[in-house]
Design a protein around this ligand. Structure first.
Ligand code: GAR
Length: 180
């Protein structure tokens, strides 16, 4: 069963659900994130693990791992999850935590990848699905796909085209990991 971590709109979560993948739990660090509504609509249990509710980041991550494990998660997908995961979480799912990132890693890691690529003036960027380690978007890439930067692109228009790619490659890679 797949546990999905979300912080925002949840369009990548929706792509996983629409692909018929076995999403069994959705956790968020952001109370009220629209992604939680998508999970609820699909009948998937949701949990909120806001940092402020715990004495430390590790304590939050342990609680979140406990919750996911109790629901049978054996693979975790970060789908627009915007907090770093501590070793306290990662050691619970060794080599089984995957992230989707809106750039061609190792270029433009971090929380503002689309803006950073535009500001750098590159002619192409893309999307990466990668394993998560303790670094900022440093884990081994499982899939990368290029997206051209077009004249007149804004962060929103470029991100929209990157999301289209993400919605295709994330379910593909996650499906392969489920089958493996
Ligand atoms: C996605 O584009 C994802 O790659 C990005 O956040 C967006 C979430 O969209 N993640 C990161 O930037 C992580 N560093 P969504 O909530 O609609 O799936």
């Amino acid at each position: 069963m797949i546990g999905v971590l979300v912080s925002g709109a949840g369009s990548n979560l929706q792509a996983l659900l629409d692909a018929g993948l076995p999403v069994g739990a959705v956790a968020s660090n952001v109370p009220g994130a629209p992604a939680l509504d998508r999970a609820a609509t699909a009948g998937v249990p949701t949990g909120v693990f806001a940092l402020e509710a715990y004495p430390s980041r590790e304590a939050r991550d342990v609680a979140m791992a406990d919750w996911l494990e109790a629901r049978g998660a054996t693979l975790v997908v970060c789908a627009g999850y915007m907090h770093l995961l501590t070793p306290a979480f990662l050691e619970r799912f060794p080599d089984r935590v995957v992230n989707v990132h809106p750039a061609l890693l190792p270029a433009f890691p971090g929380a503002h990848a689309v803006r950073d690529a535009l500001e750098a003036g590159v002619s192409e960027t893309g999307a990466t699905v990668h394993l998560v380690d303790e670094g900022v978007d440093t884990g081994r890439a499982l899939r990368r796909e290029t997206v051209p930067v077009l004249p007149g692109d804004t962060v929103d228009t470029l991100h929209a085209r990157i999301r289209e790619v993400e919605h295709r490659i994330l379910p593909e890679v996650v499906g392969e990991l489920c089958d493996a």
